[in-house]
Design a protein around this ligand. Sequence first.
Ligand code: NAD
Length: 473
Amino acid sequence: MTDYKNLIDGKMVDNGQWLEVLNPATEQVVGRVPSCGKEELDSAVAAARRAFTQWKKTTPEERQKVVQGIAAAIKENADELYRLLTSEQGKPHTQAQQEIYGAAGLAAAQSTLTLDDVINQDDDTRLSRTRRVPVGVVGGIVPWNFPIMMAIQKIVPALVAGCTIVLKPSPFTPLTTLRIAELIKDVVPAGTVNIITGEDTLGPLITEHPDIDKITFTGSTATGKKIMEGASGDLKRITLELGGNDASIVLPDADVEKVAEQLFWSSFSNAGQVCIAAKRIYIHKDIYDDLSQAIAAYAKTVVVGDGSQQGTGVGPIQNKKQYERVLDLIQDARDNGYKFLTGGEKDPSGTGYYVPITILDNPPEDARIVAEEQFGPVMPLMKFDTVDEVIERANNSEYGLAGAVWTKDTDKGVEIAEQLETGTVWINEFMQLSPFAPFGGHKQSGFGAEYGIDGLKEFTYPQVITVKRDAAV
Ligand code: NAD
């Protein structure tokens, strides 16, 4: 077991009080991290504030170089990092590798983003120009499902925009983030990136801190609402990436054999703990029987187990609370007599937070397992008849994160996509995010956007400077 320290003002530090981090596959402690409160937060924020005075004056090229240094540090140490990530998060090694390399790739790509000045007016009367200025010190709060991707998608745009950041990983998955902190300690100027760990109670202290100017948060919708409330005291800027209940719509012309495997992974990757996982799959009645059988048959070939073992496709649920929530949803489905194509057995006792791959056969639209975000290896398949009907069912949710349409007729796919009330819709693929396209939720799935120029702008204020050309002075 290793102790991991926090990064504050360019130094790795601890306060002698520790939080233990469990491996969800073994329920054994894999590491300890500092348990911080107000005092440590105050020093991290003060360091970020001091660093901001210099960092905001750097050129885009200087900032790009630092961010590329972060990307390189992650990439060069990817082997160590992905193994550590599996040990605390539970995801299979292959998926942990994808996350680590994905985070390095995202940092490298987003390092190139720039916010150019915009000329609003340039004539004999006046020159009016909009520039973007960094908001200041950012508080970043990250969940446990993609701890590294989420940390990088907050640290990188903050730095690129000229802000400094205090980042709080989830208490369930802080280890790999702190190892990266150690690796980038000498890559980033002291105080520009601070990473501190603590219980959930550290979150509101960040949200309400008077010297933090902006909160960027990824996590549940319930916590997002608390953040909005906490940040309202001094009108902090906020970006919220929240929950989702994404619908996939499969039209009758889809090739059953070809889409079965993709639909499976669109739902069960990372044991279903993905905000943009397909959480409701609507299949046209003409192919429902064949496709549901094909998905169930594929599911039976996938191994559920310890993510560090070769061949594992679906790992454990990341933590006990979520494990119990998912088991409760399955119990509810059993209690209501819904039909299971796979899974649905009673609590699989034993070590590790394992849930068997569970696929439900056409449960009603108001079933909890359909209406709620499952965030586990559980997927309801539902039958639909007409396109209008399925669009209405897909949109019948307080969430609006993403969705997908599967069809050979891509024009038809786009026509349906344009009627879905979500921030992203994929046609014939899933979970593809571009570093250059905005990613954000409609309705209660979020507020604002990450990624791309839109995401970067959220770390800045517009400032308009006008020069009167025909002034009588
Ligand atoms: P969570 O909301 O419980 O916790 C997320 C983070 O917030 C953690 O770091 C936690 O310590 C902190 N936190 C908890 N209470 C807080 C408070 N009152 N104030 C401030 N911070 C607080 O979420 P989770 O269980 O870690 O993650 C799962 C959820 O995240 C799911 O709903 C999922 O859909 C969502 N998610 C969304 C996206 C997205 O991009 N939209 C991505 C990943 C996960």
